[in-house]
Design a protein around this ligand. Structure first.
Ligand code: AMP
Length: 458
């Protein structure tokens, strides 16, 4: 973290030097440690935010002290909570309508931000309105007339309401957030923002977030922030330093063989193997068991009690390999593990972050190994782009790995037979429901319903 007063805000002399004060240790810091009040810590916990991300750790203490903040951080860094938590805390201490305004470049981002604010602020009764272009003006006017605490908006529509909606003003505003400022300015919102800045109180706190510090952003910063603290976080997603990320590249038909080799190499460590479909999770679970690896499957088609049972076996160490889909891994408190294997590389980069985030937690080190076949190269490249780094190749002796092939083939055959048995017993219950959606992954509520009257095949 830098205190910008020392560089580009020369006019604001006398600001405390921040470099050595706030550089918090990277781990084991809680939201309470950085000054977040208990009600909001509880909200973070409910959202699964166990520890603050880097941008949160570095910026929240300053924001809570009432400083303006420039955050050089991108979507995925946890910046929404970084600016929302201090605003909600200030709102709790000093409630008033139209307390804060968050400007975002796109409607989608505005809705996403408001969802986070609502989730974090629900326990303290914070009310939020979204004011974006392309949506009905009248219903937005009604929403504004109800005096929400926080308005999340795109600048054009906000200016529209400031000019045309009777009785609406931002005179009471205490906090202004300009999110993704570089995109706001690229989209030519500059003149609208200038207009807005003219009609809101100068006595306010301002948080400006941007992926990069362009000349335009620096200009906006000088025009709108006072004595700001500048915080820069390096990557989009905080894949922590102690997480070692690798890939293994081999032909598609060798996937099972490589998995068995890898789990044997890592014997004794706790591992989660992620696969794309419920069926694949089941098949891999059976395959591994046939080879004496006690793996436990976890997927969205299991009834909730079975899922929790599976998870407990894994948590207690009774089994140290969990085979799971993304659907199952979401919303369940899966413990930290030594190794994450992406048996199927995820199609969405966000899922990659989510999966590898199961390891290297709380200061421990961990490894994530992604299987890449001839069909997955593009997906790997996309992930590398998102996390901002190239994965290393995980070393493996090809000849030694292929020695396992025969045993693996036998175990595969048995697993397929067992799987067919399972599917045909499910199929009987299935006929009643029709079969058009057999390939879809199902939601938890669907799975719960299905678990009552037999399950469908995936
Ligand atoms: P953002 O950068 O605000 O778009 O956040 C990116 C993702 O990180 C969102 O899915 C958030 O829910 C999640 N997130 C934010 N803060 C934390 C945290 N402290 N711990 C875990 N996840 C978080």
């Amino acid at each position: 973290m830098n205190d910008s007063s020392s560089d580009d805000e020369g006019a604001h002399t006398g600001a405390p030097k921040t470099e050595s004060v706030v550089k918090a240790p990277a781990v084991n810091v809680t939201f309470a440690d950085i000054g977040v009040m208990p009600q909001l810590c509880e909200a973070c916990d409910k959202l699964g935010f166990k520890t603050p991300t880097e941008i949160q750790r570095e910026s929240i203490p300053w924001a809570l002290q009432g400083r303006d903040v420039i955050g050089l951080a991108q979507t995925g860094s946890g910046k929404t909570a970084a600016f929302s938590l201090p605003i909600l805390q200030a709102l709790w201490n000093n409630p008033s309508p139209l307390f804060a305004c968050v400007m975002a470049p796109t409607r989608e981002l505005a809705y996403q931000i408001s969802e986070t604010i609502e989730a974090l602020g629900s326990g303290i009764g914070a009310r939020c309105a979204v004011i974006v272009g392309g949506m009905d003006l009248i219903s937005q006017q009604i929403a504004l007339s109800k005096k929400p605490h926080i308005v999340v908006c795109t600048p054009g529509r906000l200016q529209d309401h400031l000019e045309n909606t009777k009785g609406f003003s931002l005179r009471t505003l205490k906090y202004l957030v300009m999110d993704e400022a570089d995109r706001l300015l690229d989209m030519d919102f500059g003149p609208k923002i200038d207009q807005i800045l003219k009609v809101i109180p100068r006595e306010r706190n301002t948080f400006l977030f941007s992926a990069t510090m362009t000349t335009k952003v620096a200009k906006l910063q000088r025009a709108s922030l006072s004595n700001p603290v500048k915080i820069e976080v390096s990557t989009k997603y905080s894949t922590v330093d102690k997480l070692l990320q690798y890939y293994m590249f081999f032909p598609f038909k060798r996937k099972d063989c490589y998995l068995v080799w890898l789990l044997n190499e890592m014997a004794g460590q706790s591992a989660i193997v992620f696969a794309r479909t419920c069926n694949e999770v089941l098949r891999i679970g059976l395959l591994l068991r046939n080879l004496g690896i006690e793996a436990i499957p976890l997927h969205g088609q299991l009834a909730m009690d079975k899922r929790l049972g599976a998870l407990n076996k894994f948590k207690s160490g009774a089994r140290n390999v969990l085979v799971a889909t993304d659907v199952a891994s979401r919303g369940l408190d899966i413990p930290a593990v030594d190794l994450v294997v992406n048996f199927d590389i995820p199609s969405f980069s966000k899922d990659y972050i989510h999966r590898v985030g199961r390891t290297a937690r709380a200061g421990r080190s961990g490894r994530a190994i992604s299987f890449v076949t001839q069909y997955d190269v593009e997906l790997l490249q996309r992930i590398e782009q998102v996390i901002g780094k190239k994965l290393d190749e995980f070393p493996g002796e090809k000849d030694a790995i292929l020695l396992l092939q025969e045993r693996v083939n036998e175990a595969q055959r048995m697993a397929m037979l067992e799987l067919k048995d399972i599917q045909s017993s499910r199929g009987k219950g299935n006929k009643k429901r029709g079969r058009g959606d057999d390939d879809k992954q199902i939601s938890l509520s669907e799975a719960k319903k299905l678990s009552k009257g037999g399950r469908r095949k995936n």
